[in-house]
Design a protein around this ligand. Structure first.
Ligand code: OSB
Ligand code: MG
Length: 385
């Protein structure tokens, strides 16, 4: 039985796709900074890049932004590699599909491996986009051409260091402040942030770090007028999230809970949150992400596009999906320059003084991929066929 999909009336592009050669590339990207959340600290980024060629010679790139350890989700770099090379690519290689959604449907019967599914689906959408000569934004039916963008601030050694970094980013244009929180780094920190930056929406992201059985900082945080509190409890603590939401005015936002369209809908129906962070990697692809967007839009639930520290390749897809009308809150779309010595796309993207990032209008992933750089960071590669 395949995972629940939400019924939507969405038309998807019909363009024949037959992948004749798929390369899966494991990249080891040096980070110029570390990123600390309640899950742990990211000091190196190993990401999986998919390079697919269609029977007509059209090339498409995708990114599966997996992690070293299964802390944020079950997906790791190794499990993503396994799923792509042993399950997904062998299943779809050489077969003709009527479009990217049909290609994704072929492996939707497999449970899990969401990042891998996403990476492969991205490459198929990139090929569809290039074949049709239309940017992804148009294929998704997006209307916005610029995406308001906030910054996600990791846990820092001191509050002073955090405030200094926020100040720098606000000066660069970032229009929403997201502070990673964990027990001991929450009320006092957020009080200082909302005081120091009045007029800029501030939110906290718990990354599942709080025990639903403990008292928690919720009543204090509820006084701060936060835009939202993202995922304070473990992903499966849906009933506990709903109980918390009924006690506070600040909206809760689903991240780690929203692993599939069905789980997302269930959590919303149970009152576990009032906002959804759509991360196509976590949701297992662009098709399920579009379904969640459409579902939330019908329900009047605001969504926004989160990130998993993708390079420009992955960000191209995130920017395109964030152009849809239901994405009414600022995205997590930190420019790659903040994390990596160099991006895999050239030119890379950046925030503008008005707090937005333009949605790319090149067909494909949206940006020009610098294949020389991809090869430079390649640690392992595998090719189908
Ligand atoms: O919870 O949103 C999160 C990065 C890795 C894992 C989880 C999260 C994040 C971010 C991403 O906050 C920020 C970004 O990609 O710009
Ligand atoms: Mg989050």
């Amino acid at each position: 039985m395949s995972a629940t999909t939400l019924a939507t009336a969405r038309a998807t592009p019909q363009v024949s796709i037959r992948l004749t050669s798929v390369e899966v590339l494991a990249l080891d990207l040096p980070m110029i900074t570390t990123f600390q959340t309640a899950h742990g600290t990211t000091t190196r980024k190993r990401t999986i890049i998919v390079r697919a060629e269609d029977a007509e010679g059209v090339l498409g790139w995708g990114e599966a932004p997996a992690s070293d350890l299964p802390l944020y989700s079950a997906d790791t770099y190794e499990s993503t590699w396994y799923a792509l090379t042993r399950l997904l690519v062998p299943l779809i290689g050489g077969r003709t599909f009527a479009g990217p959604a049909e290609l994704a449907a072929a492996y939707s019967k497999y449970q899990g491996y969401n990042m891998a599914k996403h990476g492969l689906e991205c490459a198929a959408w990139a090929i569809a986009s290039s074949k049709l000569g239309k940017p992804l934004r148009e294929l998704f039916g997006g209307s916005k051409t610029t995406i308001p963008t906030g910054e996600s601030f990791g846990i820092k050694p001191t509050v002073a260091a955090l405030l200094e970094e926020i100040e720098e980013r606000v000066a660069q244009g970032f229009c929403r402040i997201k502070v990673k929180i964990e027990p001991g780094w929450d009320v006092d920190v957020l009080r200082e942030v909302v005081t120091a930056f009045p007029g800029i929406p501030v939110m906290g992201d718990g990354n599942t770090g709080y025990d639903p059985g403990m008292r928690g900082p919720w009543l204090e945080l509820d006084q701060f007028g936060l835009l939202m509190i993202e995922q304070p409890f473990p992903g499966d603590a849906i009933l506990e999230l709903a109980a918390l939401q009924s006690r506070i005015d600040t909206p809760l936002c689903l991240d780690e809970t929203a692993l599939t369209p069905g789980l997302t809908a269930t959590a919303l129906k149970l009152g576990a949150g009032r906002i959804v962070n759509i991360k196509p990697g976590r949701l297992g692809g662009l098709t399920p992400s579009l379904a969640v967007h459409d579902y939330c839009r019908n329900l009047g639930v605001p969504v926004w596009c989160g990130g998993l520290l993708e390079t420009g390749i992955g960000r191209g897809f995130n920017l395109a999906i964030a152009s849809l009308p239901g994405f009414t809150l600022p995205a997590d779309m930190s420019p790659a320059r903040l994390f990596y010595a160099e991006d895999l796309v050239d030119p890379t993207f950046d925030i503008r003084r008005d707090g937005t990032i333009p949605v790319p209008d090149l067909p494909g992933c949206g940006f020009e991929v610098d294949e020389r750089r991809v090869r430079k960071y390649q640690a392992e590669s595998w090719r189908s066929g």
